[in-house]
Design a protein around this ligand. Structure first.
Ligand code: ZN
Length: 347
C-alpha cells in the first residue's frame, strides 16, 4: 500500500507535465495557476465545462456558485453530473465539487449553493482573481458586470443557446464592459435553452474559449486576451466579431460608474427561473428538513437529503434549500408559487 501511494504521489507530480511543456504556460505559469482563485457563477452547461477544464488545468482554488439542483434534462450537456446526481436532486455546486474531487483532489473547491443577489455579491465574488460566467440570464450577468467594474475585477461573459455561442472578456478600466455592448437587457421574448434547445457542442465551444482566455489571464498573458465580442453558430458556421477594445463613451456602468443592479433597486424576491418554475428567495430563514418532512408526509411524496427537500403534490413540485429558498415547479404564476410556499413551507 505504502509503495502504491508513493508511486501515485509521484505520478501526480507529473499531472501538469503536458501543460508545462506548452511554453506559453511553463513551470512558472503552472505555479501562477496553482495560486489563482476563480469564481464560476452558475454550474450548469457552460459553468460545468469551464469548471472542469480549469480544475484539470490546476487552478488552485475554484469557488462554484449555483442555485439549482441536477435534473435528468441537464445530463445531455452538463458534463460534471451523472444519473445518480439527477436521481438524488443533488445541488449542482455540491455535485460539481464532488466530481472534481474525483479527478483532481489537489485543488480547493468551494461549493456555494446560492442564488447570486445584490445582497450576497460581496461575499460570493470577493477575494478572487477572476469571475467566470456560467449563468443563463442577463439579470445575473448585469449584476456580475456591476460588481466587476466597480471593483476592477476581470470577468468573462459566456453564453450558449441553440447552436449559438457568444463570449467576451471584460477587463475593467481597459476594454468595453457588458453594458457598453448591451446597454439594456434584451426585452420581450429571448431565446432560452427551454425554448430553443441547446447543442452540447455549442456549450463546449464557448466554454473552451472562455477557459482558455481565463488561463491567459491567470498566467499573466493579458495582452493575448481577445478584445471583442465573439459569436459563433456551430450549425450554420456563421461567425462574427464585434470590436470591444475600449469602453463606449457615456456607458452607465464603466463610464458613469452607476451600479443600479448591484444596488438591487426593484429586484423582485420572486423570480421566474425557466422550465415552468418560480424561485422564492424572499428572506433567509433556515428550515428544519426533518420537521417539514414529517409535516408534509401525509400530504404528498416528500424526501430529503442534507442539501434539498423535495415535496411532490401534483401538479407542483417544491424543492426547498436549507436557507429557506425554494424552487416551485409546475407554474410560472408567482402568486400561485407564493401561496404554495406559504401553505407548505410557512409564510
Ligand atoms: Zn461599459
Amino acid at each position: 500500500m505504502e509503495l502504491r501511494s508513493t508511486a501515485l504521489a509521484s505520478e501526480l507530480d507529473d499531472r501538469y507535465s503536458r501543460q508545462i511543456l506548452f511554453k506559453e504556460i511553463g513551470a512558472e505559469g503552472q505555479q501562477k495557476l496553482a495560486r489563482a482563485r476563480v469564481v464560476v457563477v452558475g454550474c450548469g452547461a457552460t459553468g460545468s465545462v469551464v469548471s472542469s477544464l480549469l480544475a484539470r488545468a490546476g487552478v488552485g482554488t475554484l469557488r462554484l456558485v449555483d442555485r439549482d439542483y441536477v435534473e435528468p434534462s441537464n445530463l445531455q450537456r452538463q458534463s460534471l453530473f451523472d444519473e445518480n446526481d439527477a436521481r438524488e436532486s443533488v445541488p449542482k455546486a455540491i455535485a460539481a465539487a464532488r466530481q472534481i474531487a474525483r479527478f483532481n483532489s489537489q485543488i480547493a473547491v468551494e461549493p456555494q449553493v446560492a442564488d447570486l443577489t445584490p445582497q450576497n455579491a460581496d461575499s460570493l465574488l470577493s477575494n478572487v482573481d477572476l469571475i467566470l460566467d456560467g449563468t443563463d440570464n442577463f439579470e445575473t450577468r448585469y449584476l456580475i458586470n456591476d460588481f466587476a467594474v466597480k471593483n476592477f475585477l476581470p470577468w468573462i461573459y459566456a453564453a450558449a443557446v441553440g447552436s449559438y455561442a457568444v463570449t467576451m472578456n471584460i477587463l475593467p478600466g481597459e476594454t468595453a464592459c457588458l453594458a457598453c455592448v448591451f446597454p439594456d437587457s434584451p426585452k420581450g421574448t429571448i431565446e432560452t435553452c427551454e425554448t430553443a434547445g441547446i447543442l452540447n457542442s455549442a456549450v463546449s465551444l464557448v466554454a473552451s474559449i472562455a477557459a482558455t482566455e481565463a488561463l491567459k489571464f491567470l498566467v499573466g498573458a493579458r495582452s493575448k486576451m481577445r478584445r471583442s465580442l465573439l459569436s459563433w453558430d456551430v450549425w450554420s458556421n456563421e461567425q462574427a466579431e464585434v470590436q470591444a477594445i475600449s469602453p463606449r463613451a457615456g456607458c452607465r456602468v464603466c463610464g458613469q460608474r452607476e451600479f443600479i443592479h448591484l444596488a438591487g433597486e426593484g429586484r423582485p424576491h420572486i423570480t421566474l427561473c425557466g422550465r415552468n418554475s418560480v424561485q422564492i428567495h424572499e428572506r433567509e430563514r433556515p428550515v428544519d428538513f426533518a420537521e417539514i418532512s414529517a409535516r408534509l408526509k401525509p400530504l404528498g411524496d416528500v424526501r430529503h437529503n442534507d442539501f434539498v427537500l423535495k415535496f411532490l403534490r401534483e401538479p407542483y413540485e417544491i424543492t426547498l434549500f436549507p436557507d429557506g429558498r425554494a424552487i416551485i415547479k409546475g407554474t410560472t404564476d408567482t402568486a400561485i408559487a407564493r401561496s404554495l410556499y406559504a401553505r407548505y413551507v410557512g409564510s
